[in-house]
Design a protein around this ligand. Structure first.
Ligand SMILES: NC(=O)c1ccc[n+]([C@@H]2O[C@H](COP(=O)([O-])OP(=O)(O)OC[C@H]3O[C@@H](n4cnc5c(N)ncnc54)[C@H](O)[C@@H]3O)[C@@H](O)[C@H]2O)c1
Length: 270
């Protein structure tokens, strides 16, 4: 029998994945465990986290940690759980995110602040805690780093989305934060990498496009066909393909992906 992850440069390493109960976060967690990583799963959805942790093989490889990334105490508890449970923190993947659909003239300050708290302040707090822990550990001989931080951003950072202004602003700012982390932490052998997902249908894409279609009076099925026509493959992105791109950032040794944006599947027109 082949042991998952045997011979992988990251076998036995430990990662924290936020938003792990979501479509993309869960795919990343599964891909990591298959590659031999052990994972701490963070999300606000407790039952889904417990189910995923059990599916992945239980406490030897996956532990659930209910946490709201907009709360500093939760984030600290979540990130620290990796060294406390698995002895190290090699990778932090900030996946947790929310969006909104509002006319730009109507978006409330509450919505604006909540989106920024989850999508931007969450990754900042998690990166700060992770970098402190990573700085105190030895360089791993396999990856030749103390650790890596991967931030799941969005192609929405490249083009204005009139109905999701706070979301776009949060992702543009997340890119800036990521590049700043990349510059500031390089000398400590900690990398920071940005990943742009393609269109992953379940999860955020379906939710936001259904809502936007209703707001603009568009036919949802036509929106699907129009957006698919702009993709390289004519299909939605398989979350497992995206997860392999994130794994690439985590397994590639050295600082090759430091400060880079990895586009996992680009819209042809952008
Ligand atoms: N689906 C896509 O096509 C797409 C495209 C571009 C970028 N993204 C990004 O990918 C990430 C994941 O999106 P998804 O499609 O898997 O959506 P999803 O809704 O399936 O997953 C998001 C997860 O984040 C969790 N979450 C929300 N608020 C939280 C909080 N305060 N604390 C902790 N967890 C919280 C949710 O419970 C959910 O499980 C997001 O950052 C999103 O911006 C997705």
């Amino acid at each position: 029998m082949v042991t998952p992850g045997a011979g992988s440069p990251v076998a036995g390493q430990a990662a924290v994945v936020t938003g792990a109960a979501g479509v993309i976060g869960a795919a990343i967690a599964r891909t990591f465990v298959d590659a031999g990583l052990r994972v701490v799963l963070g999300d606000v959805r407790e039952e889904e986290l417990d189910r995923l942790a059990a599916e992945l093989g239980g406490p030897a490889v996956a532990v659930a940690c209910p946490a709201d990334v907009s709360r500093p105490d939760d984030v600290r508890r979540l990130v620290r759980m990796a060294p406390e449970t698995f002895g190290r923190l090699d990778a932090l993947v900030n996946v947790a995110g929310i969006t909104h659909v509002d006319d730009i003239l109507e978006v409330s300050l509450d919505t604006w602040r909540h989106v920024l708290a989850v999508n931007l302040e969450g990754p900042l707090l998690a990166a700060q805690e992770a970098a402190r822990l990573m700085s105190a550990q030895d360089i791993d001989p396999g990856t030749r780093r103390r650790g890596v931080i991967v931030n799941i951003s969005s192609q929405g950072a490249e083009v204005p989305i009139p109905t999701s202004t706070a979301y776009g602003v949060s992702k543009v700012a997340l890119n800036y934060l990521s590049r700043t982390l990349a510059t500031a932490l390089e000398e400590r052998a900690i990398a920071a990498t940005i990943v742009y997902p393609g269109m992953v249908y379940e999860g955020m894409w379906k939710w936001v496009n259904r809502k936007r279609s209703r707001l603009w009076g568009d036919d949802f099925d036509e929106v699907v066909l129009r957006d698919l026509a702009e993709t390289p493959t004519g299909s939605f992105q398989d979350p497992d393909d995206l997860a392999r791109m994130v794994l690439y950032a985590v397994t590639t040794p050295g600082m090759v992906t430091n400060g880079r944006i990895l586009w996992s599947e680009a819209h042809l027109e952008w």
